[in-house]
Design a protein around this ligand. Structure first.
Ligand SMILES: Cc1cc2nc3c(=O)[nH]c(=O)nc-3n(C[C@H](O)[C@H](O)[C@H](O)COP(=O)(O)OP(=O)(O)OC[C@H]3O[C@@H](n4cnc5c(N)ncnc54)[C@H](O)[C@@H]3O)c2cc1C
Length: 1015
């Protein structure tokens, strides 16, 4: 076998970056109209769908009358739909169970998930368990070699337990979708299947995607290289790309940073790897297809195609087997098809193009919502995707001299429509196009379709071990289980064929985007608009941010003198009456205006944040959005919670409760969120009716000054808000000690919070409330059901993003001993892939720490740890940008060895075994309680651990940073702060004084209301 050492040194240089496609966030109706127009069906009448129905109905009826042989997935999903508790449990088991290394945890996981649904009648005689056990054991005898039960988890469990039956059933599920564990085994299986259907070709997919480390990527690369060599040498190769078996590759498997932000590296490192595959596939005239992945890689994938095509044209001009997959659910799908054709024409090549609908729909929808994007980049109604697919069919058949299309669909209606369109245009199966299906799916439909004797069909056939199957398996489960999917409805006899084959052209009339799926901006309902984000992979969205960063000069802000502080406090005290007496609605409207102005000035504030606070662009966008959310959330909250309330009481009396501002609030904020925390404190105090003396961190006064100017611009009067920049020891201390201070809101270190508390306590006069949000020794507990890739993503983001300078950042990773070695290895690999450098560059993952003092302090801690603890990994740093600290991880012997928060990219790791609850108790004993991560697939365990943790923000199976206003109210307990949580429903009360007014209405001469009601 050739190895990856074959990678050539000839570099691929990225062309200047330009947008090849239209703006991804256009109105869905517009994209749909384009698809209709392309199809020539402006009214939906242009295509004779009756002929489609006539062709497809017999297929559907035949499949229902003679289903394909038992397959685990269909049977299980028929009984337990994915939308049911049982279906969900099944999916979660399928995703996790087979990777669990220890028997006890496997049993706990199975009991937890099966306990969630009505799987069992109790006596074990009915329900899934019985069915599952019986069918699994019976079928496994047929499909699984005996050897499998002798070793591994199953062997250790013994054959009689429920868990063993479940493991068996899940192995079967895996077998349904994987053709073989090795390429040789898979090709043997393919040959066996060709005995029954000689027309079948295969495209092998060496399982694996989303490599997190270079070592994994190289492992995948070698398996692809080997597979191509084996195919090329086999009798199923050598017949040209249309008739030979081929290969499908995922670029995310071949390079851990296949991202737009890492464009230079993608060209320099990923492309040479792909080229090694081209060098094997092209001389053998095989079909090599690049799978389609997430939308944010789409533009990049076209650039790669163009660059590779340029070299292919030079080296293998006669090769006609290079291709890629295109997803029709993209609202830009037609433009992609045209662009691919243009690239083929430019390089005088013929491509193969697999047209799919798309497998990441739910993930794309979630991303658009989370990032506050202007629209969805994918269609949101299933018929829209179907119409776009048909429009792409039309376009592709029109480009058939440049593109051989591989129509990948399991939908009988879509298949019939393709055939009719191809006939109409004179396109020939096997010469201009072929059909494709996934192994383990739609076998029945294609059995019927292929009876015509001329349909060319290729099977996409995953190859690999179970551990690489999981992500793929979950996508298949979702596809099989989704109510909207064709295969799901086909399996349901209640769905009438007429309904199953209804024309998408007619269905697509109904509405613009999906009901029940709000636009990202409307995520929080009619009341509060979501803040506007930016897709940094989209040039049109990124350009204004880049320009702002380039154009920003950080102004100098003068420090306040003691006299200025005193004068400001006097002014704010005098201004209190005027501001607090403004109607609540007016104050709320002003703060909403602040939010809207800030929302509109995203680039300007990002520029300032990059330049003054040295944050990465992604962090800056998130920070501005958080500040906007604070404004809108607190404005709404004030109107809901601070309005006058009528209280119940006896007749002849009225009782009301009113809340009003306390007076002058001193708000002291840190440099790590110089906009979001600063703005959050100030607008909360203001909207509650206080006037505010705002003291920003010494390191970041310019952001604060700009924000205060914006607050004034929006209508907050000067005597309600004053900025007082200066040192904590002087300006901060003076403000806290001032007799006029009616409340203090502080975010920063626990030590300073204590100092403030003591200063306040020593003062005569009213007892002044303190809202303090302080640091944390934040831990994440990982058990052996967790998915290592998900853990590593969460750890890298939580521990190292923002150079670890978040109070929520992960400091202590507690990982189960059964998976610790693997997780640590992957973590080390992922850490080596990070880019540490200038935060103004898009590729930067980790920027500098805030100042020289921090740099020296963290550096000294790292040196100490290097002497005292075991170094696990450290990111290499090549940039000479100042104050960079390399992300670093150390192993400790015990949780109790962790003594203090290091406010930088420094992670501690401990291994645990035995009782997971003891781990949480030890974490509690550290005394802090800010954020906590749990990684487990045992839902009841997650729930129990969350309850046990004396910690403010608990995150399960995700990262533990980036709390969203109103979604994850933020703040802790113990040494981590006083509460109430920022961005939560109880926050504003602490800024208020309360008053009840009781009026004896009878006092003025009798209870008229009571008398009027009597007889
Ligand atoms: C050979 C082959 C290779 C494949 N390779 C890839 C690949 O590289 N990349 C990839 O992403 N997928 C790939 N797929 C997966 C493919 O996207 C799904 O199998 C396909 O979407 C199912 O389409 P269908 O026509 O069979 O089913 P249908 O049931 O007709 O369509 C289901 C599809 O509709 C879309 N959909 C569902 N709900 C909505 C909604 N509310 N709004 C808009 N659209 C919606 C989804 O894309 C869903 O997958 C491949 C499939 C095959 C058969």
């Amino acid at each position: 076998m050739n190895t990856a050492s074959h990678i050539p040194t000839t570099p691929f240089t990225p062309p200047p970056q330009t947008a090849r496609l239209p703006f991804p966030y256009r109105a869905e109706a517009l994209a749909l109209a384009e698809a209709r127009q392309r199809l020539g069906t402006g009214t939906g009448e242009g295509m004779d769908w009756r002929r489609v129905v006539a062709a497809a109905t017999p297929w559907v009826e035949a499949v229902r009358a003679h289903p394909a042989p038992f397959w685990a997935m269909e049977s299980l999903l028929k009984e337990y739909p994915i939308s049911s508790a049982e279906g969900l449990a099944l999916m979660r088991l399928a995703e996790a169970l087979l990777r669990v290394p220890d028997v006890e945890t496997a049993i706990a996981l199975t009991a937890d998930q099966l306990g969630r649904g009505e799987f069992d009648s109790g006596d074990g005689s009915k329900g899934l368990l019985a069915g599952l056990s019986a069918s699994a054991i019976a079928l496994s005898k047929k499909f699984l070699p005996d050897a499998e039960s002798g070793s591994g988890l199953l062997g250790r469990l013994g054959a009689r337990t429920v868990v063993a039956a479940t493991v068996r059933a899940l192995q079967l599920l895996g077998r349904q979708f994987v053709l073989g564990r090795s390429i040789t085994e898979a090709m043997g299986e393919a040959d066996a299947q060709r005995q029954a259907q000689p027309g079948l070709r295969y495209s092998y997919d060496m399982l694996g995607e989303g490599a997190r480390t270079d070592a994994d990527a190289m492992r995948y690369l070698r398996s692809y290289q080997n597979a191509i060599e084996v195919i090329a040498a086999s009798p199923s190769g050598g017949k040209g790309p249309e008739a030979s078996d081929g290969i499908s590759i995922k670029l995310s498997a071949l390079f851990p940073r296949y991202e737009d932000a890492q464009r230079e590296r993608v060209f320099a490192e990923l492309l040479p790897r792909v080229w090694t595959l081209v060098e094997r596939a092209a001389p053998a005239h095989l079909n090599l297809t690049i799978d389609a992945e997430e939308v944010d890689r789409l533009e990049l994938s076209l650039e790669l195609l163009d660059t590779l095509a340029g070299r292919i044209a030079a080296v293998y001009p006669l090769w006609r087997g290079f291709g890629l997959a295109v997803q029709a659910y993209q609202t830009r799908a037609l433009a992609v098809v045209d662009e691919v054709a243009a690239i083929a024409r430019k390089h005088k090549l013929r491509f193969m193009l697999r047209l799919v609908k798309g497998a990441y729909w739910d993930g794309e929808a979630k991303r658009a919502q989370e990032q506050g994007l202007p629209a969805y980049p994918v269609f949101t109604r299933k018929p829209h995707t179907d119409v776009a697919y048909l429009a792409c069919v039309q376009a592709l058949l029109g480009h058939r001299e440049l593109i051989y299309t591989q129509f990948a669909t399991h939908n009988a209606g879509t298949i019939a429509a393709i055939q009719l369109m191809a006939q109409g245009l004179g396109a020939e199966p096997g010469r201009h196009f072929e059909m494709q299906r996934l192994h383990g799916m739609a076998e029945g439909i294609y059995r019927e379709v292929m009876k015509d004797g001329h349909t060319a069909c290729r099977v996409y056939a995953p190859v690999g071990e179970h551990r690489d199957l999981l992500a793929y398996l979950v996508r298949r489960l979702l596809e099989n289980g989704a109510n909207s999917s064709f295969v799901h409805q086909l399996a349901d006899p209640q769905v009438d064929p007429a309904e199953l084959l209804a024309s998408p052209l007619l269905l697509a009339h109904a509405g613009e985007h999906a009901e029940g799926l709000p636009m990202p901006v409307d995520l929080y309902g009619a009341g509060r608009r979501n803040s506007t984000g930016a897709d940094l992979t989209c040039l049109a969205q990124r350009a204004p941010l880049d320009a702002a960063v380039r154009g920003t000069v950080v102004p100098t802000v003068a420090m306040a003198t003691p006299e200025q502080c005193a004068a400001a406090m006097a002014m704010l005290q005098a201004g209190f009456a005027g501001w607090s007496e403004r109607p609540l609605a007016e104050r709320a409207a002003t703060i909403r205006r602040v939010g809207d102005l800030l929302d509109a000035r995203l680039p300007e504030f990002c520029g300032l944040l990059v330049k003054e606070a040295h944050k990465t662009l992604g962090d800056c966008v998130a920070e501005v959005r958080e500040a906007v959310d604070f404004c809108r959330y607190y404005a709404d909250l004030a109107e809901q919670r601070l309005a006058e309330q009528v209280l119940p009481g006896p007749t002849g009396e009225s009782n009301v409760l009113r809340l009003h501002g306390r007076g002058v609030f001193v708000c002291i904020s840190p440099w790590n969120f110089p906009l979001a925390i600063f703005a959050g404190q100030v607008v909360a105090a203001l909207v509650a009716g206080n006037t505010v003396a705002a003291k920003p961190a010494e390191q970041t006064p310019a952001v604060a000054q700009r924000m205060v100017a914006l607050l004034h611009e929006a209508g907050v009067p000067a005597d309600a808000l004053q900025l007082l920049h200066g040192l904590g020891e002087t300006v901060g201390a003076a403000l806290v000690a001032d007799a006029r201070t009616a409340g203090v809101c502080f975010t920063g270190s626990t030590q300073v919070a204590r100092l403030i508390n003591r200063t306040l306590a020593l003062k005569d006069g009213p007892i002044v409330p303190l809202i303090a949000e302080t640091g944390g020794l934040n831990a994440m507990v990982v058990d052996s059901t967790a998915l290592p890739e998900q853990v590593v993503d969460a750890v890298v983001q939580s521990a190292f993003r923002s150079a670890g300078q978040r109070c929520s950042a992960l400091r202590l990773l507690c990982v189960h001993e059964g998976i610790a070695d693997g997780v640590i290895e992957m973590l080390k690999g992922a850490m080596s892939e990070l880019h540490v450098g200038d935060p103004a560059e898009l590729r930067c993952d980790v920027g500098p720490v805030i100042d020289d003092e921090a740099f020296a302090g963290i550096g000294a801690q790292v040196q100490r740890l290097k002497a005292e603890a075991r170094l696990l990994g450290e990111t290499p740093v090549v940039s000479s940008f100042p104050r960079l600290i390399a992300p670093v991880a150390f192993e400790l012997g015990a949780i109790s060895e962790l003594k203090q928060e290091i406010f930088g990219p420094v992670l501690h790791v401990v291994r645990w075994g035995g009782d997971v609850e003891a781990v949480v108790r030890e974490v509690n004993a550290l005394g802090y309680g800010l954020t906590f991560g749990i990684q487990t697939r045992i839902d009841s365990r997650a729930e129990r651990l969350a309850r046990l943790a004396r910690i403010g923000n608990v995150y399960v199976n995700r990262n533990m940073i980036g709390a969203v206003v109103g979604v994850q109210p933020f703040g802790g307990e113990g040494l981590s702060g006083t509460g109430p949580k920022a961005g939560g429903p109880h926050y504003l009360y602490r800024f208020c004084a309360e008053q009840t007014v009781t009026i004896n209405t009878a006092a003025a001469g009798g209870n008229a209301a009571l008398l009027a009601g009597g007889s």
